[in-house]
Write a protein that binds this ligand. Structure first.
Ligand code: ADP
Ligand code: MG
Length: 576
């Protein structure tokens, strides 16, 4: 093909792809516009996950009638007009790309009225073409209705997830903005049903309550930190170490009230929690970092999701110090030595079923191949070990690995992964026998769910019940928990449900549906790294592992053990 400049309608569609990836990105752009317009109330209504319709209504300053058409031109913005502006952007929008990009992939209707005007203005666009416009009565503010999203881009539509999944992204997004704009009253209506509201009172704690519910809110610590060294400010909430989650989804960061994704910021926070949380546990965090506008480049990522800091190290240490400060103030002598001491779920259930010896274990099937790895790394399990004799426990390494040996060499067994495998098979088997052991809770507890957890619960309700959870709807994303799977009998029942839902929501993205719940339950129930085990417990765990049909990988596919062959060890010592 010869090189040609694309016709405008085609290039506009391609450019739109950078801004409008999915329904949630439309909501993000429209909500940001409403916030930039000084709105104190923003209502978001969606139908069928936002694909059928998204409507964002605000009470902001509106658009003058004669500028509405201009607002839909590419690079048309009222927010930037000089280089100086561009170097210090204070508004959420600044590129003038959202309205044109949205209107090119949907049917869009805008209704807008400036508060001092008596009449409003209406304009309709179909797939980027203006259809009709004129004076129209409406309340002060702006409402934008986006229908049939990607109706002209079937390829993009195919990449969308289910309506429920898209709706839950939107829920997450709206609730995040509610956290950092507590002065704005947000309302989200999903398929005609109000699914989230914030009060708009301006009190950050009330916003937190609306998003995370009662229980979590009482365990959150407020941060209000002016860093004298850097001049940066850190505001918001972090969870006390007693409250944690199984993934990073609950760590939300804003920079100058712009929602950003940043590995650097989550590292800074995780570092602050070092020694206070178990491995693979993450805090709940909602932090706004205030930095002089000149020190952040917000014009860095196509959908403005990431920002660049001029002084990255300073941002890191400011955030880390602020969070650590709040944690230390909460508990003046953090016990670094025994963060796991109170972990009541960390015991292997007894009595053990001694089903077989360790003989049949290493059969090479399904094992990751270490043999081709870097120099000095041990080879994997091979067929030569098919008839390997049982393993003898030598000891425990770093309270995380079981060191074991037999005549073919030494094995390091990951205690968490191994136990996960054992529990997974046990749970799975019980389920198939339709007799999942359930443990009734004496004092029924109420559990508040986040929108994402609520979705995970609804989507997996049947499975959860099958595996031994019993709960009933208690209104407004709250449930009464009556029973948990028997393997959780010694733990905190509410926490076990929350963890399983978190993991389910997270794993649902990558795994087959039927296994997700069992894998999540197994992961929550399994002993953690950092737990010291008695010799008896280690022996029992290895025997249970040997009895499972798939002992080499945990339900997530990670290896449960690594093998160092006798030959390899002898070679290393120059004995061969
Ligand atoms: P940007 O936000 O980057 O300026 P947009 O395409 O999102 O670009 O919007 C273009 C312009 O339309 C904005 O600069 C603003 O002047 C106006 N606008 C869009 N949405 C609203 C709204 N809800 N209320 C008032 N003005 C709006
Ligand atoms: Mg905008």
């Amino acid at each position: 093909m010869t090189i040609k400049v694309l016709p405008p309608n085609l290039s506009a569609k391609i450019a739109a792809g950078e801004v409008v990836e999915r329904p949630a990105s439309v909501v993000k752009e429209l909500v940001e516009n409403s916030i930039d317009a000084g709105a104190s109330q923003i209502t978001v209504e969606i139908k069928a996950g936002g694909v059928e319709q998204i409507k964002v209504i605000d009470d902001g300053h509106g658009i003058p009638a004669d500028e509405v058409a201009v607002a839909f031109q590419r690079h048309a913005t009222s927010k930037v007009d000089t280089q100086d502006h561009l170097d210090a952007i204070a508004t959420l929008g600044f590129r003038g790309e959202a309205l044109p990009s949205i209107s090119v992939v949907s049917r869009t209707i805008i209704l807008t009225r400036q508060p001092l005007n008596t009449a409003g203005f209406r304009m309709e666009w179909h797939w980027g073409e203006p259809k009709s416009s004129g004076v129209h009565g409406c309340p002060p503010g702006t409402s934008i209705e986006v229908s049939d999203l990607f109706g002209n881009l079937p390829a993009r539509r195919k990449f969308l997830r289910s309506s429920t999944a898209e709706a839950s992204r939107i829920q997450e997004l709206v609730s995040r903005y509610a956290l950092v704009f507590p002065g704005v009253r947000f309302q989200l209506v999903v398929d005609g049903r109000t699914s989230f509201t914030s009060t708009g009172s301006g009190l950050p704690l009330e916003a937190l309550l609306a998003v995370y519910g009662h229980q979590a809110t009482t365990a959150m610590l407020e941060i209000h930190d002016d860093d004298l060294e850097t001049g940066y400010q850190v505001d918001g909430f972090v969870s006390a170490p007693s409250l944690s989650r199984a993934n990073r989804r609950y760590m939300t960061f804003f920079v100058n009230r712009r929602w950003v994704q940043s590995r650097m910021l989550s590292y800074a926070v995780e570092e602050a929690y070092m020694g206070l949380l178990q491995v693979k546990r993450f805090p709940l965090v909602a932090l706004n970092i205030i930095i002089p506008y000149q020190d952040v480049d917000v014009n860095y990522h196509p959908s403005k999701r990431e920002v660049r800091f001029r002084e990255e190290n300073q941002v890191f240490s400011t955030v880390q110090r602020a969070v650590r400060g709040a944690l230390v103030a909460d508990s003046p002598v953090p016990s670094l030595a025994s963060p796991y001491a109170s972990d009541s779920q960390s015991t292997i259930p007894t009595p053990f079923l001694l089903r077989s010896t360790f003989s049949g274990v290493p059969n090479g099937r399904g094992m990751p191949d270490y043999s081709s790895n870097r120099i000095g790394e041990p080879p994997g399990l091979t067929d030569s070990m098919l008839s390997a004799p049982p393993l003898n426990v030598v000891g425990q390494l770093k309270q995380t690995y079981i060191v074991a040996e037999n005549s073919v060499g030494m094995f390091l067994v990951d205690q968490h992964a191994a136990h996960e495998r054992v529990l997974f098979d046990q749970i799975y088997e019980e389920r198939n026998q339709k007799e999942s052991a359930s443990q009734t809770i004496l004092d029924v507890v109420s559990v508040d769910l986040t929108p994402a957890q609520d979705d995970a619960l609804k989507a997996n309700q049947e499975e959860l019940v099958k595996y031994g959870f019993q709960f009933e709807y208690f209104g407004d994303r709250s449930y009464l928990l009556r029973a948990v799977p028997a393997i959780f009998r010694d733990g905190d029942p509410a926490q076990s449900l929350l963890d399983v839902l978190d993991m389910t929501a997270f794993e649902g993205l990558v795994r087959q549906k039927e296994d997700v719940t069992a894998a999540s339950i197994a992961c929550h129930g399994a002993i953690r790294a950092g737990k010291s085990l008695t010799e008896l417990e280690m022996v029992a765990l290895l025997e249970q592992l040997a009895a499972t049909p798939n002992p080499h990988t945990c339900p997530h596919g990670r290896p449960t053990m690594v093998h160092f062959s006798s030959m390899h060890i002898e070679r290393e010592f120059g004995r061969r």
